[in-house]
Ligand binder design. Structure first.
Ligand code: ZN
Ligand code: ZN
Length: 888
């Protein structure tokens, strides 16, 4: 007893997450709960983290995505799987190189001042700093990763996997080097893949330019959005069946400014409807023109340097920046009288995904992967349902469509940060060898002087191997055999092509097995008016800030409450109060129990003979909640799952059950009764903590630890609650619902009529339903405690109840005689208002049910529902009218 009193004294009035969260996280780490080992007795459950870029600290989108992964992992861990959540970070080639170069620019330096080696070292330092920051953040959020297995896309093992894959594909002929039009970012100074180009709708101009015919008989007019590229034109093309130009095919024009003679050719790719139907052909600076050039064996004239300025082939324009050159070219054409007109023109312009610079299609020598063949199995596994995408209705088509139209992947980057391409060139004979290490002797000429390719690989060339390279591939490790394929990939939809689809291709190609069974694509976090969060807008929210101010639980809870499956979330900081409120609600419920507790470990099943309606009801509702929470988690409906347990805990357990048992816990209550309700309440509370643990791991553990049996260990590893079907009782649930409705109706009358809270009322009932009447009489104590009803009296229908407020619940008429409680005129007005409202509703429904269109279009179920509503309203209305009469 002395202990109990001491314990009571020690329960803090308010919940302080700061004390709790770090303490529990440390404990979980020390106990090794997050560690996964190959265990043939258990089924594995694996998630590999989408490795965050080491460019910067994590933002709210990461917080959301990682919470989702932690929910899956914690759920399965409690279900008894051997769960592995494998953490790590991505070197993020171009992005990281950019931020480090930006740092250098502040000191007026470039990467060339440092040289390749020193620069790469500088990036490693950056990686150290941000990599650690990211891991710190993930731990703060409560992520239950196996930290011993942390990987980095450029660590030794993963680098070996990258080289292995390159060499295998090269030897298979799936990697080739070639001169093609690629997307060039003049600011980053590198090629980028098609997926790294972001298209934006811009208002530009369409310049109509006259190209004089060589024979002096007039001119052809071409239209272009990029006039400076005309300096590299090597033909003018028209559609071969375009009658306007039929006679001109085979003739030549003189290219203005460059004074070069170029042919007029016929090509079916030309759209006769666009502009004048004659187009300039610039094979080195436009992907379509490149194709036309190949067909007609045209010269390819490159007019750009790699920084976007014009090169020597442009004569008088050499050295000008591309946009200055555009102005100058237009000016010069105007002077020559060759500019026919300028129109406004809306078109989509490609921008660099990383730095927002307008990209240039540029002819250059790059490395490519042939994708067509690899895409086929990646489509098949999804179509066959072996790999599922959630939510499918939103993303399945996008995924398949992209793979069906896939183009070769440009994988070389003119950067220094990344995996250097493992190709060596013999300095004597030029032979090209792909190898893990520099070869000894040239297989062709026996020479031994080599130069390695200067380029590095696209950053996704390492992340597409992530699900198996992190488990030891190319070695056949026990980890790989046990944990692969992984179970769920949870990621943002913005990288479905960059990453998700490519991982599926790599999995099928190198493991001959899908990399994961389910892909869960979560929505994007936006600000409260729907804009993307970004540094430049200053509307970002830092997860660690939120954790400091509200707690990790509050953040996790709020993000999941706001999200419905796959939809974007509009977030403002005040939303996190929702999470804090829930934590406080949990704490207060616990506190109430703890203050009434002296035997926390009693089994609720020992007191069956003392159960009352409320006890049967809460236990029945609990089983249903357990089933639904699990079912929704299994079906990737995280928000529904959380909502279910949240609603049960707050609105059924706290709002009703705890209120209903208060008097059964009082001093004068029967001791056996007391034990029964305490045991049940503790059981429900503990079970809810189990159900909530995946979402709010910290407070759930804190509460559970305070209520657990001595030999229990931690909520992290305690078994997921099992629903007991034998405790589900729909009859009990209906009865309880009826009692609740009566209590609510009486409370409403009391509050609307301003009945003083202290005064007790009489309840008069008219009904033919003997069962319902008996039920109310039996539960009169609940009515007394929760609605302050001091007596219940049944009267015949014929009897007039005067001076009373009235409500109808399930066709039972409830009267509260108001004489002595309040002013009767106010009640008359209230009734009149209620009648007016119902009259409107009845009229509305009548109109709707006479509407032919509605009756034809609406499903039968809906029509029946409306009919039933009308019946209910009409009945209620007639009763209220009768009652108003009585009051008068
Ligand atoms: Zn760029
Ligand atoms: Zn050689």
């Amino acid at each position: 007893m002395a202990d109990t009193i001491k314990e009571k004294m020690e329960i803090p009035k308010t919940y302080n997450p700061k004390d709790v969260e770090d303490r529990w996280y440390q404990e979980w780490l020390e106990k090794g709960y997050f560690n996964a080992e190959v265990n043939p007795d258990k089924k594995p459950y694996t998630i590999v983290i989408p490795p965050p870029n080491v460019t910067a600290a994590l933002h709210m989108g990461h917080a959301y995505n990682n919470t989702i992964q932690d929910i899956f992992i914690r759920y399965r861990r409690k279900q008894g799987y051997e769960t592995l959540w494998l953490p790590g970070t991505d070197h993020a080639g171009i992005a990281t190189q950019n931020v480090v170069e930006k740092e250098l620019r502040r000191k007026n330096k470039t990467r060339f001042d440092l040289g390749r080696e020193a620069f790469v070292e500088r990036v490693w330092e950056w990686r150290e700093q941000y990599g650690n920051r990211i891991i710190f953040q993930l731990k703060k959020m409560g992520c239950s990763c196996d930290w011993r297995r942390e990987r980095f896309t450029m660590d030794e093992g993963l680098s070996r996997a990258v080289l292995e894959v390159f060499i295998r594909l090269y030897q298979k002929g799936l990697i080739y080097k070639g001169k093609y039009i690629i997307n060039w970012c003049p600011r980053c100074g590198t090629a980028i893949s098609d997926e790294e180009v972001e298209y934006k709708e811009l208002t530009g101009r369409l310049w109509h330019i006259k190209y004089p015919l060589k024979n002096g008989k007039g001119h052809l007019v071409v239209a272009t959005t990029r006039p400076e590229t005309m300096l590299g034109d090597t033909a003018v093309a028209v559609h071969p069946e375009d009658e306007r130009y039929a006679a001109l095919i085979g003739q030549t024009v003189i290219l203005p400014l460059m004074e070069r003679e170029i042919p007029i050719i016929g090509d079916r790719q030309v759209d006769p409807e666009f502009g004048t139907g004659a187009v300039k052909v610039t094979p080195a600076h436009d992907p379509n023109d490149f194709e036309i050039g190949k067909r007609h064996k045209l010269e390819e004239i490159n007019i750009l340097n790699d920084d976007g300025s014009l090169n020597q082939s442009t004569k008088q324009y050499t050295g000008l920046d591309r946009f200055d050159a555009r102005k100058k070219v237009v000016e010069d054409l105007e002077k020559l009288g060759l500019l026919l007109k300028i129109e406004e023109h809306h078109h989509s312009v490609g921008h660099c995904h990383r730095c927002d610079t307008i990209i240039e299609p540029w002819l250059s020598e790059q490395w490519f992967v042939r994708m067509k063949e690899m895409a086929k199995p990646a489509i098949e596994v999804v179509q066959a349902g072996r790999l599922k995408i959630h939510p499918a209705e939103r993303w399945l088509k996008t995924y398949i469509n992209w793979l069906e139209n896939i183009r070769d992947w440009c994988i070389s980057r003119q950067l220094w940060w990344g995996h250097r391409i493992p190709v060596y060139y013999c300095q004597k004979c030029g032979e090209m060898v792909a190898a893990q290490e520099q070869p000894d002797h040239c297989p062709k000429c026996q020479g031994n002087e080599w130069k390695q390719d200067e380029n590095v690989l696209d950053t996704w060339f390492s992340s597409w191997l992530w699900p198996f390279s992190t488990l030891g591939w190319p070695d056949e490790t026990p980890d790989l055999a046990y944990f692969y394929p992984t179970d769920v990939l949870a990621t943002g939809p913005d990288i479905i092509f960059f990453w998700v689809a490519r991982m599926v291709m790599a999995g099928m190609e190198f493991m001959e097995e899908i990399p994961f069974r389910d892909v869960y694509l979560n929505g994007i976090i936006r600000d409260n008016i729907g804009r993307k969060m970004s540094k430049s807008l200053g509307n970002g929210i830092d997860p660690v800030d939120i954790i400091d101010r509200y707690s990790a639980d509050a953040m996790r809870f709020t993000l999941l409450m706001l999200s419905s499956e796959g939809q974007d979330i509009n977030l403002s900081e005040s939303h996190f109060e929702m999470g804090r409120n829930f934590s406080n609600k949990i704490w207060n419920a616990y506190r109430f129990l703890a203050l009434n507790l002296d035997q926390p470990h009693d089994d609720y099943q020992n007191y069956k003979q003392h159960y009352q309606l409320a006890d049967h009801w809460i236990l029945s509702r609990l089983q249903t909640t357990i089933s639904e929470v699990g079912k929704n988690l299994d079906n990737f409906r995280l928000n529904d799952s959380l909502n279910g347990v949240y609603h049960f805990f707050w609105h059924e357990f706290c709002d009703w059950y705890l209120e209903l048992i208060k008097f059964r816990l009082s001093e004068e209550a029967d001791p056996e009764q007391k034990k029964a309700v305490r045991a049940i309440a503790v059981h429900v509370m503990k079970t809810c903590m189990g159900l909530l643990h995946s979402y709010i791991p910290f407070i759930s553990e804190e509460i559970w630890q305070r209520l657990k049996n001595e030999d229990d260990d931690s909520l992290v590893i305690s078994a997921w609650p099992a629903a007991k079907q034998e405790l589900v009782d729909t009859g009990v649930e209906r009865d309880m619902q009826f009692v609740q409705n009566v209590i609510v109706a009486i409370r409403n009358i009391r509050s609307e009529m301003n009945v003083p809270p202290g005064s007790k009322a009489d309840l008069v009932i008219k009904s033919d339903d003997k069962q319902r009447l008996a039920l109310l009489n039996k539960q009169s104590e609940y009515l007394n405690r929760l609605a302050r009803v001091k007596s219940i009296r049944e009267v015949p229908h014929a009897e007039k109840v005067t001076g009373a407020a009235m409500a109808v619940v399930e066709n039972i008429e409830l009267f509260i005689p108001l004489a002595g409680l309040i002013d009767l005129t106010v009640e008359r007005n209230r009734l009149q208002k209620e009648i007016d409202r119902l009259v409107n509703q009845v009229n509305g429904l009548n109109k709707k049910l006479l509407n032919k269109q509605f009756l034809e279009k609406a499903p039968e179920k809906v029509v029946n529902q409306e009919k039933e509503k009308l019946r209910d309203f009409s009945e209620k209305l007639s009763k209220l009218n009768k009652n108003l009469e009585q009051l008068n």
